[in-house]
Design a protein around this ligand. Structure first.
Ligand code: ADP
Ligand code: MG
Length: 334
């Protein structure tokens, strides 16, 4: 097991870098870096990498869907700040024996997902890899400075809300891993959640413009870790009510068949790419109505921000500290 967790590595890099500039509003530590551009607008910059056998397995991840996902996970980080994605850079590391058909399908999915979010590919890099492929994407976006939603702005008393069911992607991954065939109709949505997640661009913009949200990020590593990021950056704690967590019927059904734990998928599974945000309690119902009216979407209040630190899961009997118990590349369940 590695000595440093993923968070430990990033904290160390952050301490050493000491990046400071008058234009830099947010550096290491949020979903995107934020640079002031003038006219009340800011530039958003984010990058994410998908590595073969770590983030995806070509045995079940068709190239077109992999292309869509490589774009989606980066678009999601711009949505997480309440921004609008604009431009994209794509760096590909490919083994010498890659197929042209694979590349064409990958690019078709990648460009389709970008175009759904009005984002243009403007450059990148292409290199040879000794084993497996790696896909690194950078997305540039923009936001109104006054509406920007950061991880560091949660207040004690805020409701903790999520924008959809949790654990679907983890359930989908488990179904793919076990090569279950044929797949029940109800499970298709779980597989899609893993292979082809949807960035919440439209919702992120509505939440930012509403003026009702305090802190926001996207859920890539699981609620337990991502809410811990909000708590650390905001110097607060959080309590989650287990019974309020939105878990789909399909995920519960898959958990029964696969002997999985739906609660654990929901808090630690990661890759749901839903928005996680905090709202002053007096705006809770208003924001739900607004999002329902504008997008026909449901929001779920799952807990509250409290003074102190840590992320506690309350299940009626126990209080468990689940902070950073999500996905970690270097150390599972630190
Ligand atoms: P996300 O899950 O939203 O993509 P990460 O957990 O990957 O965010 O990263 C958290 C923060 O740390 C981000 O601000 C990211 O830019 C920064 N970061 C991650 N790895 C590095 C690195 N190697 N060097 C500098 N900054 C990094
Ligand atoms: Mg993020």
């Amino acid at each position: 097991m590695a000595i440093l967790s993923e968070k430990g590595i990033i904290d160390r890099i952050r301490q050493q870098s000491g990046t400071k500039s008058a234009d830099l509003l947010v550096g290491i530590g949020d979903d995107c870096a934020v640079v002031r551009r003038g006219g009340g607008l800011v530039e958003l910059i984010t990058t994410d990498t998908l590595i073969e056998k770590i983030h995806f397995d070509p045995a079940w991840h068709a190239p077109e869907l992999l292309g869509r996902k490589a774009a989606a996970v980066n678009l999601s980080d711009v949505a997480a700040m309440g921004g609008r994605p604009r431009y994209c850079l794509l760096s590909l590391s490919l083994p010498v024996d890659f197929s042209e058909t694979w590349l064409d399908s990958f690019m078709s999915g990648f460009l389709a997902r970008l175009s759904e979010h009005e984002t243009m590919l403007i450059g990148g890099d292409t290199v040879k890899s000794v084993s497996g492929s790696a896909i690194s994407v950078t997305v540039l976006g923009e936001a109104v400075e006054a509406a920007l939603l950061l991880r560091s702005a949660a207040h004690p008393g805020d409701l903790v809300m999520v924008s959809g069911t949790l654990g679907d992607a983890a359930a989908g991954l488990e179904i793919c891993r076990r090569s279950i065939c044929p797949v029940k109709d109800d499970w298709q949505e779980l597989i899609a959640a893993h292979l082809d997640p949807s960035p919440e661009t439209a919702l992120g913009l509505i939440l930012a413009e509403s003026g009702m949200v305090n802190a926001m990020m996207d859920i890539s590593d699981g609620l337990a870790t991502d809410l811990a990021h909000i708590c650390t950056e905001s110097k607060v704690g959080a309590e989650i009510d287990a019974e309020l967590l939105p878990i789909s019927d399909a995920t519960r059904d898959a958990a029964k068949t696969l002997v999985g734990e739906p609660l654990s998928w929901a808090i630690s599974g990661g890759e749901d790419y839903r928005l996680l945000f905090t709202v002053p309690v007096e705006h809770g119902e208003k924001i739900k109505r607004l999002v329902h009216d504008e997008l026909g979407r449901e929001l779920y209040a799952v807990g509250r921000i409290v003074a102190g630190e840590g992320v506690m899961l309350l299940d009626g009997v126990r209080r468990l500290d689940i902070a950073y118990h999500g996905y970690d590349h270097f150390n599972k369940n630190v």
